[in-house]
Ligand binder design. Structure first.
Ligand code: BGC
Length: 711
C-alpha cells in the first residue's frame, strides 16, 4: 500500500507554510503535482486535455489500471462513523505527482464523523427554489472539503416512482423538471466550493427491494422524459465532474456496464467530460464495465484490476478511463492545490446552522389549515404528543448524517413559547394519557414519523404499518388526540408521502419532512408564523395506498422474479393521478401560505408564459406560481399526461404587492421523445397552459398552437 496520506500531508504542510509566508502562488505551485520543468503536466497554464495527455504518456499499464479503482474496501454506507473514514479513497500515483482523491457521502450532509445535518433532500425539493439548492450543495461541499474530501457523492436525483421507495427522503421527488433544476443547482453550489460532485445513480434506480439484482424494463421514451432529465441537467447545466452509475439492469445491461447510456447518451450526446464511478459492488464484469463506459470501480478493484483488464480490453479503453479521470482532476484544479485538510475548525458551524434552519423553513409544507388554526396565536398551554416531538428523525444509509448538534421540536417550541406558556409533553404510547394531556391544553400538536432508508423499501404507506410495529398505532394516536382537543395540529416528520385518514378531524397538517438538525427551531418559527411555510409538495399524497402509482401490480412493483416492468411509461407521480382521474389527498405542488394570493394577467406565447401574482392577505408570504403544459398527443402510441410542470418561481410578497413572473419555454419544453426517430419532436396541435398554486389548482388557463395545429 502507498502511504498516500503521509505523503499528502507533507505536501500540504509545505503549501501551508508557503501560504503563511504570503506566497500563495508558490503555495499553489507546491500543490501536489511537482516541478513543471521535470513534470510538464504540472504546468497549470496548459489545458486539461493537454496535461492529461502528457501525464498519460508517462504511466505504466499497471498504473493506469490502478487509477481505475478506489483502494478502500471499508467505508461506504455502513461506514463513515469515524472522522477519517472517507467513503472511498483513490491512492493516486505519488511517483508522478498524481494526488490521492478522497470521497465522501452524501446528499444530505457529509457522512464522515459529525457534520451539519441539513433537512432531507426531499425537503429541499419542497422548497421549489434553485437558489436554496445551490446553498444546500455548497454547504455540504464546504464541510466535505474541510473533512479532507475532493469528491462528494451527491445529489441523488433518481425520480421517485413508488412512494414506498426506502430512499424517497434522499431524492428530489416525482417530477423530472423539478429534480433537474434543483439537482443541477446543487451541483453548481457544491463545485463552487472546490469539490467534485457525483450525481447519482445513473440511469434508473427506483426501489430498494432486490436493488442489487433488479432487471428493469423501461421504454426509451420513459427513460428520456422521466428518468434521464435530472442527469442531463446535472451534466449540461451543472457541469458535474463525476457521475455514479447504479445497481440493477436496465433493459438487459447492468447500469455500470451500459454503453448505451454511459458511452452513447452521457458522453456522446450530452458531452460529459468527467469520469464515471460505480456504486459499491455494482460492477459485474470487468470487460463489460470498461468497454461500457465505467471509469472507476468503488470501493475497491474487485473487477477493475490488472488481472481482469490487462490484455483483455483494448489498451485504448484503459487509456480512455485513465484520461477521463486525470483530465477531470486537472480541469478542477486537484493537482494544483494543496490537499484539503481534515480540519473541523474551518467549518463555520454557525453559518451551517443558519443554512440548516432556513432550508428547513423553506421546505416546510402547510398541507391543511382549517379556520386559520395556524399560525399559533400565542397559546398559554400546548401539549406536544408523540415521540417525534423529542427526536430528530432521519433516513438511514449513505444519506444519514451524524449531526453536530440538534434542536428537537420540543426544545424549539418550548424556547419559542417562552416562560409565559406551558408546554407539556407526552410520548403518546398510552393513547388515553395522550388524550388527557391534549384535553388540558389549548392546542395539541401531534408528531408522527415514518421509517425510511437505504436497503429496504417501506412496508406500507400508512403511518400505522403492521410491519413497522416500533412506531405503534400513530393513526390511532392522532384520532384519540383529535377527539380530545378540537385544536389539533399534526406535524408529519416523514421522508415522503403517508396516508392521512384522520385529515378531516384535525385542524392543521404540516409536512416538516426530516427537517435536519435545526428542525425544531425551524418548525417553531413556522408554527408561530415568524416565517411563512415555504414548502410545496414535490410528491403527491394519495388518499389510499391503492391510488399510488404501481400499487396493486406486482409486475410493476416490487417485481416478479426480480423483474420490474415500467409499463406505466411516463405516467409517474402526478401524471398517474391526473391521467387516471384519481383525486389525491394533497396534490403535487400544493402548499399553503399564511396569506392569500390572486392570480391574473396571463399572457401566453409558444416561447413563454407570464402571469401576475398578488398578495391579497394581510401578511407577507411566499407564493410559488407554477406553470403546467398539456402537450398534444401525436398519436395513440404517444399518450400525453394531462399536465407537466414546465416552470415555477418562488416569490415573497408583502401585503398588496404583486409580482409579474415569466416562465420561458424552449423547444425542449414542448417536445416528446420520438422513439422511432430517436430524437425530440414537437407535435402538431394545441398546447394547453395552466398557471396556479398547485397541479390541481390552476386558476389561469390558456393555449397556443404549434406545428401548424390549431386550438
Ligand atoms: C449507495 C450509494 C453510496 C455508496 C457509498 C451505496 O450503497 O447506493 O448511494 O454513495 O453506497 O456509500
Amino acid at each position: 500500500m502507498v502511504p498516500a496520506k503521509r505523503w499528502m500531508s507533507a505536501a500540504g504542510a509545505l503549501a501551508s507554510v508557503l501560504a503563511l509566508a504570503g506566497v500563495p502562488d508558490l503555495a499553489q505551485a507546491a500543490g501536489r503535482c511537482g516541478d513543471p520543468a521535470q513534470r510538464p503536466w504540472c504546468d497549470a497554464r496548459l489545458g486539461p486535455d493537454q496535461r492529461a495527455a502528457l501525464l498519460l504518456a508517462r504511466l505504466t499499464a499497471d498504473e493506469k489500471i490502478s487509477l481505475m479503482a478506489t483502494d478502500d474496501p471499508l467505508g461506504g454506507p455502513l461506514g463513515g462513523f469515524s472522522e477519517n473514514a472517507h467513503a472511498d479513497t483513490n491512492n493516486g500515483i505519488p511517483r508522478l505527482g498524481v494526488p490521492p482523491v478522497y470521497m465522501a457521502d452524501g446528499p444530505a450532509g457529509v457522512r464522515q464523523g459529525k457534520a451539519t445535518a441539513l433537512p432531507a433532500p426531499i425537503a429541499l425539493a419542497a422548497g421549489f427554489d434553485p437558489a436554496a439548492a445551490r446553498r444546500y450543495g455548497g454547504t455540504v461541499a464546504w464541510e466535505a472539503r474541510h473533512r479532507g474530501n475532493d469528491v462528494i457523492f451527491g445529489p441523488t436525483v433518481d425520480v421517485l416512482r413508488t412512494p414506498l421507495n426506502g430512499r424517497t427522503f434522499e431524492g428530489l421527488g416525482e417530477d423530472p423538471y423539478l429534480s433537474a433544476g434543483l439537482g443541477a443547482s446543487w451541483v453548481q453550489g457544491a463545485q463552487k466550493q472546490g469539490v467534485l460532485a457525483s450525481v447519482k445513480h445513473l440511469a434508473v434506480y427506483a426501489q430498494e427491494s432486490d436493488r442489487l439484482a433488479l432487471k428493469m424494463k423501461v421504454a426509451p421514451r420513459t427513460l428520456r422524459e422521466i428518468y434521464l432529465p435530472p442527469f442531463e441537467a446535472a451534466v449540461k447545466t451543472g457541469g458535474t465532474a463525476t457521475v455514479m452509475c447504479g445497481f440493477g439492469q436496465l433493459n438487459g445491461r447492468w447500469a455500470c456496464e451500459d454503453g448505451s447510456v454511459l458511452n452513447k447518451i452521457l458522453r456522446t450526446e450530452w458531452g460529459f467530460k468527467g469520469f464515471v464511478v460505480s456504486d459499491h459492488t455494482a460492477v459485474h464484469d470487468a470487460v463489460a464495465g470498461a468497454t461500457g463506459g465505467l471509469d472507476m470501480e468503488l470501493p475497491v478493484g474487485m473487477k477493475f484490476n490488472a488481472w481482469n483488464l490487462k490484455n483483455k480490453v483494448p489498451q485504448q479503453v484503459i487509456d480512455g478511463a485513465a484520461r477521463n479521470i486525470l483530465r477531470t482532476m486537472f480541469a478542477h484544479g486537484v493537482f494544483d492545490r494543496p490537499a484539503y485538510a481534515n480540519d473541523l475548525t474551518r467549518i463555520d458551524r454557525t453559518a451551517s446552522r443558519t443554512a440548516a434552519r432556513q432550508l428547513a423553513e423553506s421546505g416546510m409544507t402547510l398541507l391543511q389549515n382549517t379556520g386559520g388554526a395556524l399560525p399559533l396565536k400565542s397559546p398559554r398551554s400546548i401539549a406536544l404528543i408523540g415521540k417525534g416531538a423529542n427526536e430528530v428523525p432521519s433516513g438511514f444509509g449513505s444519506a444519514q448524517v451524524q449531526p453536530f448538534s440538534t434542536v428537537t421540536p420540543r426544545k424549539g417550541i418550548a424556547q419559542r413559547a417562552g416562560a409565559g406558556a406551558q408546554v407539556a409533553y407526552d410520548d403518546g404510547r398510552d393513547h388515553r394519557a395522550a388524550a388527557d394531556a391534549a384535553r388540558k391544553a389549548q392546542v395539541a400538536i401531534v408528531f408522527a414519523t415514518d421509517t425510511q432508508g437505504e436497503f429496504f423499501d417501506k412496508s406500507c404507506l400508512a403511518l400505522t404499518c403492521a410491519r413497522d410495529p416500533l412506531k405503534g398505532d400513530q393513526d390511532g394516536l392522532i384520532s384519540a388526540v383529535a377527539a380530545a382537543n378540537p385544536n389539533t395540529i399534526v406535524v408529519l416528520e416523514t421522508g415522503g408521502p403517508v396516508l392521512t385518514p384522520w385529515a378531516g378531524r384535525v385542524k392543521g397538517i404540516v409536512a416538516a419532512w426530516y427537517p435536519g438538525q435545526q428542525g425544531g427551531e425551524a418548525l417553531a418559527r413556522v408554527l408561530y408564523g415568524d416565517v411563512d411555510p415555504g414548502g410545496r409538495l414535490p410528491v403527491t399524497f394519495p388518499v389510499a395506498a391503492g391510488d399510488a402509482p404501481t400499487a396493486g401490480n406486482p409486475a410493476q412493483y416490487p417485481g416478479v422474479n426480480k423483474t420490474v416492468a415500467f409499463s406505466e411509461g411516463v405516467f409517474v407521480g402526478y401524471r398517474h393521478y391526473d391521467a387516471k382521474r384519481i383525486k389525491p389527498r394533497f396534490p403535487f405542488g400544493h402548499g399553503l401560505s399564511y396569506t392569500t394570493f390572486r392570480y391574473g394577467g396571463l399572457a401566453v406565447t409558444p416561447t413563454g408564459v407570464q402571469a401576475t401574482v398578488t398578495n391579497t392577505g394581510s401578511r407577507t408570504g411566499v407564493a410559488v406560481p407554477q406553470l403546467y403544459l398539456g402537450l398534444p398527443s401525436p398519436g395513440a402510441a404517444v399518450p400525453q399526461p394531462p399536465r407537466q410542470l414546465k416552470g415555477y418561481q418562488k416569490v415573497t410578497l408583502a401585503p398588496g404587492r404583486s409580482a409579474r413572473v415569466t416562465f420561458p419555454l424552449d423547444r425542449r419544453a414542448l417536445s416528446y421523445w420520438d422513439q422511432a426517430g430517436g430524437g425530440w419532436k414537437v407535435a402538431k396541435g394545441c398546447y394547453r397552459v395552466g398557471v396556479g398554486p398547485s397541479s390541481r389548482d390552476l386558476p389561469l388557463t390558456g393555449a397556443f398552437a404549434q406545428g401548424g395545429g390549431a386550438c
